[in-house]
Design a binder for this molecule. Structure first.
Ligand SMILES: Nc1ncnc2c1ncn2[C@@H]1O[C@H](COP(=O)(O)OP(=O)(O)O)[C@@H](O)[C@H]1O
Ligand SMILES: [Mg+2]
Length: 302
């Protein structure tokens, strides 16, 4: 078999450096060489090549992009560019779709995955926002491409709604995206899927007086058993968006008594060393399945 070479850009914090080392050595066992630390932000484009760190990215057999924290507009631009020439994980298309809450929820709904009820309109037609509030009574305003629970607002009164609209008009946000509030116990499920295989299920619990479960909003990780139904929901969501790697955020709707997919993350973090200590022990399995997937995707036949 021809020697294979892939590029990698992975986060280094929270134990990411150790995960990267393991990935590299397991790939090497399969005769796949890894060029790490390729931040595409600094790549230079020529008519025959895209050079990053002295490497022509277009000559690589695959690019593994796994760094949410240091992602920039320039990096994403190059990610999209190289995706047209070499395989990327996740594919740029799936990654970009998962970054957009409105578009991904549309795709999920069409694929038969239960999401929160959602609505989008231009900020110059606020009457539709009011209409939705009258219908739902409790709703969540979200930036379409936000993360970590930031920029969101919980709305359960007209006063809150009336305060939100002038605020939005001062920003460069054009579309207003809303979700019906899902009645839940302020804990969620995170289900990791790689290559359509179940990897892990854990959860997060919101801190007191907070309705968001994100760690960055003060939430804490909790151990949670998976069940067939939730695994099925997560796999279906991952597949609908075309993700190779997915961290599916799920709430249990107490009113409707069903699982609701909130969003699908394209760069779900590995367990940190602290989280491993409390029993999140999925890292090795996740590494193995990612290695298998890269092997499969770069197979040139013998
Ligand atoms: N429609 C909703 N109903 C109830 N809670 C919600 C809803 N949307 C979001 N949340 C809460 O806010 C958190 C962050 O929302 P999410 O859509 O996952 O955005 P982010 O990308 O910022 O994590 C969720 O984990 C959940 O706890
Ligand atoms: Mg989330």
């Amino acid at each position: 078999m021809l020697k294979r070479k892939i590029g990698m850009w992975m986060y280094n914090n929270s134990g990411g450096d150790k995960i990267q080392e393991k990935l590299i050595s397991k790939l090497r066992e399969r005769d796949i060489e890894v060029v790490p630390e390729l931040d595409l932000r600094f790549a230079r484009g020529y008519k025959n090549s895209i050079i990053c760190d002295g490497i022509n990215i277009l000559d690589l057999d695959l690019f593994f992009s796994y760094n949410a924290g240091e992602q920039t507009v320039a990096q994403v631009y190059m990610y999209e560019t190289i995706d047209q020439f070499i395989p990327t994980i996740n594919s740029f298309k799936a990654f970009a779709l998962s970054e957009d809450k409105f578009r991904s929820n549309l795709v999920l709904h069409q694929a038969g995955v239960t999401t929160a009820d959602f609505f989008l309109c231009h900020r110059e037609t606020p009457q539709f926002v009011t209409e939705k509030f009258e219908e739902w009574k409790k709703m969540v305003y979200k930036p379409i491409d936000g993360w970590g629970g930031s920029g969101m607002a919980f709305l359960d009164s007209r006063q809150m709604l009336d305060a939100l609209l002038p605020f939005i008009n001062q920003t460069d946000i054009r579309h207003i995206y809303l979700e019906k509030f899902v009645e839940n116990d302020f804990t969620d499920f995170r289900v990791d899927i790689v290559d359509d295989k179940f990897i892990a299920c854990y959860g997060r619990k919101a801190s007191a007086r907070e309705w968001r479960t994100n760690i960055t909003s003060g939430g804490s990780v909790i151990l949670r058993e998976a069940n067939d139904e939730i695994i099925d929901v997560a796999k279906k969501a991952s597949k609908a968006l075309g993700m190779d790697i997915a961290g599916v955020d799920i709430l249990y709707d107490r009113e409707k008594e069903e699982y609701v997919v909130l969003e699908v993350n394209g760069i779900p973090a590995f367990a940190t060393p602290e989280q491993e200590k409390i029993g999140l022990n999925f890292n090795d399995k996740k590494i193995d399945v990612i290695v298998q997937l890269i092997d499969k995707r770069t197979d040139k036949g013998s």
